[in-house]
Design a protein around this ligand. Structure first.
Ligand code: CA2
Length: 148
């Protein structure tokens, strides 16, 4: 049995409470519960963390090393700005699947740039909450590819 980290960044704690036209009506609590259920179906542990602070997200990535076999990361707006998060992922070599609820490539041009993409094993966007489950599937496949 492996463990995976589901890490959510700034403002995602507001899911389901604001802007449902863009981000849907599912709350972060509900998404996290779905991730836990999906992990259990796959025979793995899932740990969920959310922070609005860049440094706390970087700390969570550092602490995941040797604990979690991979990470689903929705870095929110830090996706488009954070060299610090990018460096943390590169330094820890943690397998990360970049996740977005919305299709960032179909939105404003400033959302098309992702600092996470170059250090992630892949990116899933545009599938809403289901994307988190697809990302967990991808991490389980990655773990198997690595012989785990
Ligand atoms: O589509 C995604 O998952 C995003 O990572 C969401 C970020 C956005 O900055 C990225 O470009 C794409 C924003 C998260 C804000 O979440 C809210 C949820 C409810 C109400 C307001 C904001």
């Amino acid at each position: 049995m492996a463990s995976f980290l589901v890490l959510n960044g700034p403002n995602l704690n507001l899911l389901g409470q604001r802007q449902p036209d863009i981000y849907g009506s599912t709350t972060l609590d509900q998404i996290e519960a779905q991730c836990l259920d999906h992990g259990a179906r796959l025979g793995h542990d899932v740990v969920c963390v959310q922070s609005n602070h860049e440094g706390a997200l970087i700390d969570a990535i550092h602490q995941a090393r040797g604990v979690h076999a991979g990470c689903v990361l929705n870095a929110g707006a830090y996706t488009h700005t954070s060299i610090g998060l990018m460096d943390a992922i590169a330094a820890t070599e943690l397998p990360v699947v970049e996740l977005h609820l919305s299709n960032i490539h179909a939105r404003e041009p400033f959302r098309h740039k992702s600092y996470i993409a170059s250090v992630a094993i892949g990116q899933i966007c545009g599938f809403g909450p289901r994307g988190y489950l697809l990302a967990l599937d991808a991490l389980v496949g990655n773990l198997r590819d690595r012989g785990g």
